[in-house]
Structures are given as structure tokens and as C-alpha cells.
Design a protein around this ligand. Structure first.
Ligand SMILES: Cc1cc2nc3c(=O)[nH]c(=O)nc-3n(C[C@H](O)[C@H](O)[C@H](O)COP(=O)(O)OP(=O)(O)OC[C@H]3O[C@@H](n4cnc5c(N)ncnc54)[C@H](O)[C@@H]3O)c2cc1C
Length: 507
């Protein structure tokens, strides 16, 4: 077998970007992917006349050529931006919450967002301005920490990003209360919480604010041919740079030498690939639990300390009427029982009680994404506990149908759009589907939960501590930037560059 400077296990968002960074740094690189196509969750599939987006609701931090987001800057550096046709998402979100009787549609653009909030919540303007000023400082501080590859000068941070450091250990709700944001404004602003999958009493303010500022200042984007278009562009770029991507190839073992450093990867057909560097685009639970021998007690404890984030359930609908005919007005809906996010989080632990949903009608961003006179929707919810493990095999289809039924009923009741009679295609993915498709434990689609002790900042500051096996690093939703498209791309960027540094240092 050939030798490679680095092997990337998994061609998901994190793995693909890491591979390009390795190749740009001169490393001979192989990507192995167990599926027959790239992208992991970033893919599409067809049912009848419809090509459904498998996961992406909207890409954060991409921006436009004139208002370039960090993901666009990264894609420019990788050489893939122009391989993809981009669309802009029309508005930030519509949030409907039953308990507070909220129905608010929020725009992109800081000024427009603050103005709209003022119209819903008179008197909210000063606290909203404070929020965005703070969020902007957080974004700048993060740009600095990223550029340092984790080697942050704390004195420089305190001198230049004092508010960032001050907010560091506080939750979203603690900071919003400290800046005296009225409750209703907080409720509307916190609508994005389900994208990070942790409730706002626990979720780090820094993490939340850094996501919101990126959405609101730069809008959100979507590739025309679904996220699969990005995955294909990244794969093409790897090949242009001389890298190899092997599909239908599962890595089953990561080998180490007598000093515990990575020495190779065993594939499912029994072949061994020699390499000193592995970037794993999969969960550390899987890597340490299944793919490596002699894992230290310390690594096992550190890995098990982390909590799996939301387990996914998605219903995809192809409808035989247009969005206008059905009265579907928005691209992006958040439907909640309550804006008390800790309470909502608890409700979302059980199949019997969870009715929350983040729902998209792609035709609102791209009217031609489905045949004329039709539209497509996808409805996603998260389970904050492993309740699907309690479903007996014989009840699986019944429970799946019951959840799908509830999703349709909830959407119709909360928005007034009648969709049920226009369903032409329906497809449902449960946590079991996600566990099987990407190999994620419990069907978790959001990596490890962003808990106060294990949020964005601690993970960035502890990057070196997480690098416990020489030659092994992680990229993707389970790694230092946490989950989500942009985060997975950034983690691939950091990990790829760090591995190039490791290779160069070793000569
Ligand atoms: C329904 C849904 C909606 C979502 N909506 C959004 C959204 O709107 N915005 C957003 O930012 N994020 C969203 N996400 C989250 C986002 O999709 C993920 O955070 C991101 O795609 C994770 O990327 P990753 O790099 O971790 O790779 P993954 O997608 O987890 O892919 C990992 C890849 O590795 C492969 N692999 C694993 N083990 C092996 C092995 N041993 N050998 C070979 N290959 C292996 C898998 O087959 C897979 O291709 C959503 C996710 C879902 C499921």
C-alpha cells in the first residue's frame, strides 16, 4: 500500500475542508468515506419529482462578495466559492410561540432587526443596540483567537476584548438580563437557540451571540443545488490539488505504535494504510470506543464527560401546490410551546411531548427548486434525550407516523397554512436513520452539547488538551468549533492547518 502524510476519515463538511487544507500545505492526503457520496449530512436525495435538501436550513456567515462572511473568506481561500451557485435567504426567521402568544418575523440587517424588534417590543432599542455592540466585539475576539490557532495571549485579550472576557462564563439569559433586555425582546431574540441545541440558561452567551451576529449582519445563504453542491465542489477541489478520495471505504481501526502515536489506518476490506496523521471526521466516542485499542483512562473519562446533543427527526414533504397557493409565507419557521428555553428543552426530551419544529420552505429562497406549481418543505425537531431507544422495534413505524402527523398538525394550526391535502411525497428520517447514515451515536445530529463547561470558548482554549494521541485530531460537529455547517467547516480549517504544522515540525 502507498503511504500518506495524512488520512482523513469521513468526507463530511469538516473532513473535506481539512483535506483541502492538508493538500494546500503540501501533505499527501487520502480521504476515506464509507458512503458512495461525499458530504455526510450535507447532501440531497430524490423522491418522485422532488430533490430534497437533507439538512441545511441556511448557511451562516457566508455573506455576499461585498459583505464577505468568514465562511466565504474560507471558501475563497480553499478555491471553491465560484464552483457553487449561491442564493440568499430572504429573511432571518419567523418565530411562533404558544405560551407567550408570539408571532414575529425578523429581518436580516442589524438596523432592520433592531427597528423590527422595537415595533414588536417598544422600548427594546437600547438593550438591542447593546446586544449587537457586544456581539460585534465577540466576533472580533474570535477572529483573533482563530488566527492564533489556540495559542491566545490572555493579556492581549483583556486589553482589547474586555467585554468578551467578562461575558466568558455567563449564559445567554444572564447577559441579556444584565443588559436589561425586556422579556419579550429576549424571547424573540432567543429563537435561534434550537440551532445550537442547548437552552439559554446553560448556553454560553458568547457562543449564541457569535452565531446571531453572523446571521444578522451577513444574512444566510444556500447553494442552488442543495448542500450536495458544496460537498461536490469540495471533493472536486481535493482531486484538483492531487488528493485522493475513496468512497465505499470505511476505516475500521486506527493503529498506534509502541509510543502510542498514530501509525496507520485499517480499512473494512482488511487493507492497512500507513500514515502518521489521522483527522477523524467522526465522533470521539466512536473513535475511542470502537476504532482504537489501549485508550487511556484519561481519554475515556474526558470523552464520556461530554453529553450528546439533540437527536434528529426530519420530515420532508413534496407538495403539489405552490407556496403561494398554500399560504406558506416564510422560508424559515421556529415553532415552540414556550420561549422559556429550559422548559422547552425538557419538553423536547420525550417523543410524547415534543412538538417543537424548525421548518423550511426552500421555494421562498429559490422558487424554482421544485417543479412549477409545487413546493418542498422540511420539518426538523431535536430530542434532548435518547427516548427513541425506548421505542420497541414493532412500534417503530407507528411512532414515526405519529410524530410526522403531529408535525403537520402543529404547522397547520400555528401558521394557518393547510398542507395536508397537498402532500405528494413524504419521507421521514428518525434518530435511527441518522445513526445509520453517518454513524452518530443515538442519532445525534449536533455533536456534543454546548454546555457551560464545554461550550465554544472552553473548547477553543482547551484545543491543545484535546490533542491527546500523537497524530490524531478531530474535525466536524464533535470538535472544537461545535456543530453546524459553518462550525464544521471552521474546525476542518483549523485541524487541517494544525496537522500541516505537525507534519512540518516532524520534518
Ligand atoms: C436535519 C438536519 C438539519 C440541520 N440543519 C442545519 C442548518 O440549518 N445549519 C447548520 O449549520 N447545521 C445544520 N445541521 C447540522 C450539520 O449538518 C452538521 O453539524 C454538519 O454537517 C456536521 O458535519 P461533520 O463534518 O461533523 O460531518 P458529518 O455530516 O457527520 O459526516 C461525517 C462523515 O464521515 C463518514 N464516516 C464516519 N465514520 C466513518 C468511517 N469509520 N470511515 C469512513 N467514513 C466515515 C460518514 O459517512 C459521513 O459522511 C443539520 C443537521 C441535520 C441532520
Amino acid at each position: 500500500m502507498k503511504k500518506y502524510d495524512a488520512v482523513v476519515i469521513g468526507a463530511g463538511n469538516g473532513g473535506l475542508v481539512a483535506a483541502i487544507r492538508l493538500l494546500q500545505g503540501g501533505a499527501k492526503t487520502l480521504v476515506v468515506e464509507k458512503h458512495n457520496l461525499p458530504g455526510g449530512f450535507a447532501t440531497s436525495f430524490r423522491r418522485g419529482r422532488f430533490e430534497f435538501e437533507a439538512s441545511l436550513h441556511e448557511l451562516n456567515d457566508f455573506g455576499t462578495a461585498d459583505n464577505c462572511g468568514d465562511v466565504r473568506t474560507l471558501f475563497n481561500e480553499l478555491g471553491v466559492t465560484d464552483k457553487i451557485e449561491w442564493l440568499q435567504i430572504p429573511e432571518a426567521y419567523r418565530v411562533i410561540s404558544r405560551e407567550e402568544n408570539i408571532d414575529a418575523t425578523m429581518p436580516f440587517g442589524v438596523q432592520a432587526f433592531i427597528d423590527k424588534m422595537e415595533s414588536y417590543v417598544p422600548g427594546s432599542r437600547p438593550s438591542m443596540e447593546k446586544f449587537f455592540a457586544l456581539a460585534e466585539e465577540i466576533r472580533s475576539a474570535q477572529a483573533y483567537t482563530n488566527a492564533q490557532n489556540g495559542k491566545v495571549d490572555s493579556k492581549y485579550m483583556v486589553a482589547n476584548y474586555g467585554n468578551y472576557v467578562r461575558c466568558g462564563s455567563y449564559s445567554v439569559n444572564e447577559v441579556l438580563d444584565a443588559i436589561k433586555m425586556p422579556k419579550k425582546a429576549k424571547d424573540i431574540l432567543n429563537a435561534y437557540w434550537c440551532y445550537l441545541g442547548a437552552h439559554c440558561d446553560d448556553l454560553s452567551f458568547i457562543h449564541y451571540a457569535s452565531m446571531v451576529i453572523r446571521y444578522i449582519t451577513r444574512g444566510a445563504a444556500m447553494p442552488k443545488m442543495r448542500s450536495h453542491e458544496i460537498s461536490l465542489a469540495l471533493t472536486e477541489r481535493i482531486r484538483e490539488l492531487g488528493g485522493e478520495v475513496w468512497f465505499n471505504t470505511e476505516a475500521v481501526k486506527i493503529l498506534t505504535d509502541k509510543d502510542g502515536a498514530v501509525s496507520g489506518v485499517v480499512l473494512d476490506d482488511g487493507r492497512t494504510i500507513e500514515t502518521r496523521h489521522v483527522i477523524a471526521n467522526c465522533a470521539p466516542h466512536v473513535v475511542y470506543g470502537k476504532m482504537m485499542d489501549n485508550v487511556s483512562e484519561e481519554i475515556i473519562k474526558a470523552t464520556n464527560a461530554r453529553k450528546f446533543a439533540g437527536r434528529g427527526f426530519t420530515m420532508f414533504l413534496g407538495l403539489n401546490k405552490s407556496a403561494d397557493e398554500l399560504g406558506i409565507e416564510n422560508h424559515n419557521y421556529f415553532l415552540y410551546d414556550t420561549m422559556d428555553t429550559a422548559k422547552q428543552y425538557d419538553i423536547m426530551k420525550k417523543i410524547a411531548t415534543n412538538e417543537a419544529q424548525a421548518t423550511v420552505c426552500l421555494n421562498r429562497a429559490y422558487p424554482e427548486c421544485s417543479p412549477e406549481g409545487t413546493c418542498m418543505m422540511y420539518f426538523t425537531t431535536l430530542y434532548m434525550d435518547d427516548d427513541w431507544a425506548n421505542v420497541k422495534p414493532e412500534d417503530y413505524f407507528k411512532v414515526k407516523d405519529m410524530v410526522a402527523e403531529k408535525m403537520i398538525a402543529r404547522f397547520e394550526k400555528d401558521t394557518g397554512s393547510k398542507i395536508r391535502d397537498s402532500i405528494e411525497e413524504i419521507s421521514v428520517a428518525t434518530p435511527m436513520t441518522y445513526a445509520r447514515y453517518c454513524g452518530h451515536p443515538q442519532g445525534d445530529i449536533y455533536g456534543y452539547e454546548s454546555q457551560y463547561w464545554d461550550g465554544l470558548t472552553p473548547r477553543l482554549l482547551m484545543m491543545a488538551e484535546d490533542h491527546k494521541t500523537k497524530g490524531l485530531r478531530f474535525a466536524g460537529g464533535y470538535s472544537m468549533r461545535l456543530s453546524g455547517y459553518s462550525s464544521a467547516y471552521f474546525s476542518g480549517d483549523i485541524t487541517g492547518r494544525q496537522t500541516v504544522g505537525d507534519i512540518k515540525r516532524e520534518g
